[in-house]
Design a protein around this ligand. Structure first.
Ligand SMILES: Nc1nc2c(ncn2[C@@H]2O[C@H](COP(=O)(O)OP(=O)(O)OP(=O)(O)O)[C@@H](O)[C@H]2O)c(=O)[nH]1
Ligand SMILES: [Mg+2]
Length: 456
């Protein structure tokens, strides 16, 4: 049987290299479990067993006559440790040989090699972290810009878990009232006031909904705010993509219809991550492949937070703007900016509108101004300290909880028997609990921790 990481946790002392694979200045090997201090001490030139918690000792890794390295060993005593178990962190010189040899010696001395995410899984099982915090550890390690870092820190601090906890409490209170009513059902009394019920439920629903809806923004912060670059062929979309990225990412040519598929890449502007999407030029065509490219371009524009609609100052007239915007039918969710390109060849025609930029993508003119606006837009859209869902698993659970709550509400409105309504409430509780791990089907836990790498 294939046992997941949570099922495989056996109370043994585990060890693993916790720094990235490969050679470095130093590397840290982590040992955690009841025998951690004794085993580490048995390979160390100095006694670690009497070392105070959170103190480091400088010494040598030795086994008999063999000396492996000079290193620093830090002792952390349970329960005040990351995993909640006795832990020793051994900082050795970062040679791959020393690292793997030390792990081998530790295993010979009685450790078991840690599974993926096992340190964090132990922290969760020992009540040091809830599930959202355990996931935040992974997000924090993966964060590559300020926005993602801030979200992971908020989640690690437990803000999100607290909000979910409050929702669960509200729902448990609601379930209590409902059960009270069920108990008295035979006596044909309606115990609680149904309008009060509905108000309570409406409040829970709107909170769950707004959290679920925050995923769009939260995900944009983490994965990059989607910015679609669209326009007719040859307007310089690919040239602009390259200028924004500072990289020759897309092919540029004077032939109309050069870009056929969508091309995406991210870059960080003003601490915000943006995901730029270059698309096929929009025009009437009978070419099957090009048509598909245009369909994709319009779909990307629909899903983007920002659309940069490109025009060519040397060929397009002012009237092209309204015609094109109307034809593309971009929804209200996207912020559309007009970009007049090739202003090195001709001045942009017509009155200047709000949110209109004049650039020469080929010469890099005006691109800085466009970037500044993007950075500002990013800061404004993400300024709120409101809680944001960034994790797909949480989003899914919230959507499930929302539909269970909706079923509860319509059940109550339509006079469905109370025990059926109660089962919807239980479903909602189950989904909310799955976010923080207050229910514990092992498969959910395994799914989360198996996405971690060994050493976390
Ligand atoms: N003079 C001038 N030429 C430009 C500028 N930007 C792009 N071009 C030229 O315009 C032509 C088309 O550029 P692309 O970036 O391939 O245009 P595109 O919109 O991606 O075109 P498709 O992929 O065919 O839809 C190329 O020859 C570019 O060198 C500019 O700012 N000034
Ligand atoms: Mg192109």
């Amino acid at each position: 049987m294939n046992r997941g990481i949570v099922g495989a946790i056996d109370g043994k002392t585990i060890c693993a290299i916790s720094t990235p694979a490969g050679m470095g200045g130093i590397a840290v090997v982590r040992v955690s479990g009841p025998e951690a201090i004794r085993i580490a001490s048995s390979l160390f030139s100095r006694d670690l067993e009497n070392l105070e918690s959170h103190k480091a000792a400088f010494g040598k890794i030795v086994r008999g006559e063999e000396v492996l390295d000079e290193c620093l060993a830090t002792v952390f005593r349970a329960p005040g440790t990351f995993t909640g178990e006795d832990t020793v962190e051994i900082a050795v010189h970062g040679s791959t040989f020393i690292q793997t040899e030390l792990v081998r010696w530790l295993i010979d001395a009685g450790c078991r090699h840690a599974g993926p995410g096992e340190f964090t899984a132990r922290a969760f099982l020992n009540g040091k972290l809830d599930l959202t915090q355990a996931e935040a550890v992974g997000d924090l390690i993966a964060s590559d810009h300020a926005g993602a870092h801030r979200l992971a820190m908020n989640q690690l601090r437990g803000d999100f878990a607290r909000a979910i906890g409050e929702l669960r409490e509200g729902l448990i209170g609601f379930a209590g009232l409902l059960e009270l009513e069920l108990d008295f059902a035979e006596e044909d009394v309606e115990f609680a006031d149904r309008s009060q019920f509905d108000a309570l439920l409406g409040d829970l629903l709107s909170k769950v909904s707004s959290l679920a809806d925050s995923f769009r923004t939260g995900n944009a912060i983490r994965e990059g705010i989607p910015v679609a670059i669209i326009g007719a062929p040859n307007r310089g979309k690919s040239t602009l993509l390259n200028a924004l990225l500072g990289d020759e990412r897309a092919i540029v040519s004077a032939t109309a219809g050069t870009t056929r598929d969508t091309i995406e890449d991210t870059c960080i502007i003003g601490g915000k991550k943006f995901r730029f999407i270059d698309t096929a030029g929009i025009r009437e065509t009978t070419d099957e492949i090009e048509s598909e490219g245009i369909r994709r371009a319009l779909t990307k524009a629909q899903g983007a937070s920002i659309v940069l609609y490109l025009f060519d100052a040397s060929v397009d007239g002012a009237e092209a703007v309204d015609q094109s915007l109307e034809a593309a039918a971009i929804g209200p969710e996207a912020q559309t900016a007009i970009v007049w390109n090739k202003t090195d060849l001709a001045a942009a025609p017509g009155e200047r509108r709000d949110l209109e930029f004049h650039v020469s993508a080929a010469q890099g003119l005006g691109v800085e101004e466009l970037k500044n606006w993007l950075a500002e837009w990013g800061s404004e859209s993400q300024a709120s300290d409101a809680l944001m869902v960034t994790n797909f698993r949480h989003y899914e659970a919230l959507v499930e909880a929302r539909s269970a709550l909706e079923a509860t509400r319509s059940g109550l409105l339509n006079g469905i028997p109370g025990d059926l309504v109660a089962s919807d409430v239980r479903q909602a509780l189950h989904h909310l609990g799955s976010i923080t791990g207050e229910i514990d089907p092992e498969d959910i836990l395994d799914h989360i921790f198996s996405n971690f790498c060994i050493g976390k």
